[in-house]
Structure formats: C-alpha cells, structure tokens
Design a protein around this ligand. Structure first.
Ligand code: SIN
Ligand code: CO
Length: 382
C-alpha cells in the first residue's frame, strides 16, 4: 500500500490550501517509491486493442502523435518520445493501488490513472488540462514547468495535440521517484524527461454543465421521460401579444427546473457518474454462482471490485435501498444498506467486515449478481 505524505499537511489542510487553487510540488509524497509496473509491462498494455494509448514524439521538429494498439516500438530509438496509457487502473491491480491514498477525495470525482513512459527529451508538450491531477514520479527524472492560470493561447500542434503558447513558469522543478506534482485545471504545464522515466497521473475530472445537460437530455430521450407540456389553464388576457411576460418566463424556467428537482435527475446523475469512461476488463465467471456457495465463500474470501468499475450511492437515498453501479440504478433491500456502503466505499471487502451479512439472503443475492456480471470477483484465499 502506498503511504501519501502531503508535506505533513492533513488532507483537509491540503484541500484548503491547494485543491483547485494552485499547483504544488509535494517532495517525497511517496517515500521509497517503487513503480507498480515496469516499462515493459506498460509497452505490452499499449499493444492491446482495449487499452487506450498514444505515442508522442517530434519528427523533424514537428510534433507527432500516434494512437495504439502498437505492434512494436522498433523505430523509436532511445530519446525524445513518450508513451501514454489511459485508464491503467482498469487493467492493472498493482497500478490501481496508487489511487487508494487519494480516497480523501470522493471517488465520483476520479477520472482515471494514466501512466507515461518517457525517454530523455520526451514530452507531450506544453498544454492545459481540464483535470486536477496528481502526477506521481516513478523511476527516472522529469523537469516540470507550470505556469499561472489566466489567459493562454491554445493551438493544435498536431491534430491530436492541443498545445499552449510559451508561458512563464511559477514552478520549475525536477521530480525524482516519489515526488508528486499537483496541478489544478487551467494551469499550463509541461513535463520534459531528463532520465528515462515512468510517471503515474491520478486524474480528477469535473463534468462541464454542457456535458451534464446533454447527458440528461439523452437520458430523458432514451427513457421517454420529460414529455409533459407546459400548462396554463389560468391564463389572463394580455395587452401585449408580442411579450413573454416575466410570469410566463418563470413557468418555462420552472418546467425545466422541475425536471432537475425530480427523482429523474437523481437517477440520471447516479447513472451518469457511474457510467464507465473506458473499457472495463470484464471476465465473466465460467458458470453462474449459487447463493449457498457465495454465502460460504464470503466467510473465507474477500470480494474485489473490478478495476475502474464505478459504484456510488447518494447520501440521502442509500437508506432507501438504491445505489448505482456501472451506469445503472440498482435496488436492494434497505436492510443491507450498510453492506452496500462497504462495497461502494472500498475496492476490496474482507470476510471480517462481512460476517454480519454473509447469511443475509438479500446481500448474498446481490453479491451473486455482481459476481455473475464480473463486476466483483473473489480475492485470493486469505
Ligand atoms: C505526461 O505524463 O507526459 C503528461 C501528463 C500531463 O501533463 O498531464
Ligand atoms: Co497535463
């Protein structure tokens, strides 16, 4: 397990001082850091169809980007390129452990764990992200320059690379294994590799209002909801037929707002926040589980959530027996809410915590369906 030291600040002090406010280098955030995965394994992942990866390099002074899967890396040489892998947490349990120390932030804000392997001179270029990111330096060394937020001009250095014009650095630091740099959205930055490097970025994304609204519109259409018409049975005569009165505008606005106030919006939000952003590495069991078997297994085995699978509950509706898993609302007997909280809050739940639940048929049946879907799986023997 990785132990995070936020410059001896408590997580709350860190959030108050830096989160969404300013970038900072956290020296030795992970003491005695050991890469969770090596460069060869990473290169192997980038050869697989379901893994999103890209190579970034310069050719004749021009930025280039190529998307995986890659067949080989023969042409690349020893310098000036980097290989980036998205959602490594979906594919590597070891790498996913790096997310755990950041659980003082709610998991619904998490985007993914991105890994980057870079040779000396390698970089993806100066850019701005819409993410809060903790870039954890693994083996090797990189120099990070970060500019202030504010007005910056972005341009396409390549059709797949949105870069930013040169900026003045407010941070200019060399990172070594175990150092972390935190960068909030909107701060231009550039990491240039000094010594062949591995780095692991724990990224947090907030949805834009437009993506939320367009997702909500899709949800309404898909579920044939929101078809109510505006009603005005108490209409009064108007002297200005060209006018939309303040009162009418309020009714139109309320027509929309009432949808957001409704349970419909909560269901949508739960589905939206748990929808998978990247392909999951689902392995279905050879045959469906039996509840008696699962009841027994829960006394000896932990159960683990599939890497990258999103499972959340709302503070006020969990006790009504509702949670959201992988883009869908899941209903359960409200009695088992405490056990469902364990599943949603933890990547792995051990038999000790489930002793009170392993004979509760509602819980066992829920676990059976989760195991059958490959969303959870049995951990190795204790
Ligand atoms: C990288 O690791 O090369 C890019 C990470 C970032 O700048 O967000
Ligand atoms: Co970035």
């Amino acid at each position: 397990m990785y132990q995070l030291d936020l410059m001896q600040l408590t997580p709350q002090q860190f959030l108050d001082e830096y989160w969404q406010k300013k970038p900072v280098v956290i020296r030795q955030g992970f003491k005695d850091f050991v890469d969770p995965i090596d460069a060869n394994e990473l290169a192997g992942f980038a050869m697989e169809e379901e893994v999103q990866s890209r190579l970034v390099y310069k050719e004749g002074g021009k930025w280039q980007a190529k998307f995986g899967p890659f067949e080989n890396y023969d042409q690349l040489g020893n310098e000036n390129w980097s290989l980036v892998i998205q959602a490594l947490d979906n594919f590597s349990e070891e790498a996913a452990l790096l997310i755990e120390p950041f659980r003082f932030l709610p998991h619904w804000r998490l985007d993914d764990l991105m890994a980057s392997f870079a040779t000396p001179g390698g970089s993806v270029g100066p850019h701005i992200d819409n993410y809060d990111v903790f870039i954890c330096q693994g083996s090797g060394k990189r120099r990070w320059r970060v500019g202030n937020n504010g007005q910056h001009t972005e341009f396409a250095a390549h059709e797949a690379l949105l870069h930013v014009k040169p900026f003045e650095a407010i941070i200019d630091a060399e990172l070594e294994a175990g150092d972390i740099i935190y960068i909030p959205p909107g701060f231009p930055h550039e990491g240039i590799t000094l010594e062949t490097s591995l780095s692991f970025s724990v990224g947090f994304r907030a949805n834009s209002s437009v993506s939320l609204l367009s997702g909500f519109a899709d949800h309404l259409i898909d579920n044939e909801l929101g078809g109510q018409l505006l009603k005005d049975p108490k209409r009064q005569v108007t002297a200005h037929s060209g006018e939309v009165s303040n009162q009418d505008y309020e009714s139109i606005k309320n027509q929309l707002l009432s949808l957001v106030d409704d349970k419909i919006f909560k269901t949508f939000t739960g589905n939206f926040l748990t929808a998978p952003k990247h392909e999951l590495d689902i392995m279905l069991p050879d045959e469906p589980f039996e509840s008696s078997e699962v009841s027994q297994l829960l006394t000896t085995h932990g159960i683990k959530r599939l890497g990258g699978l999103r499972a959340f509950y709302f503070e006020d509706t969990i006790s009504q027996g509702i949670c959201y898993i992988n883009g869908e609302e899941v209903s359960f007997d409200a009695e088992i809410a405490p056990a469902v909280i364990l599943l949603c809050d933890n990547v792995v739940v051990f038999p000790e915590s489930l002793a009170a639940w392993c004979e509760h048929s509602a819980f066992v049946n829920l676990v059976v369906s989760l195991l059958d879907k490959g969303y959870w799986y049995l951990a190795e023997d204790e």
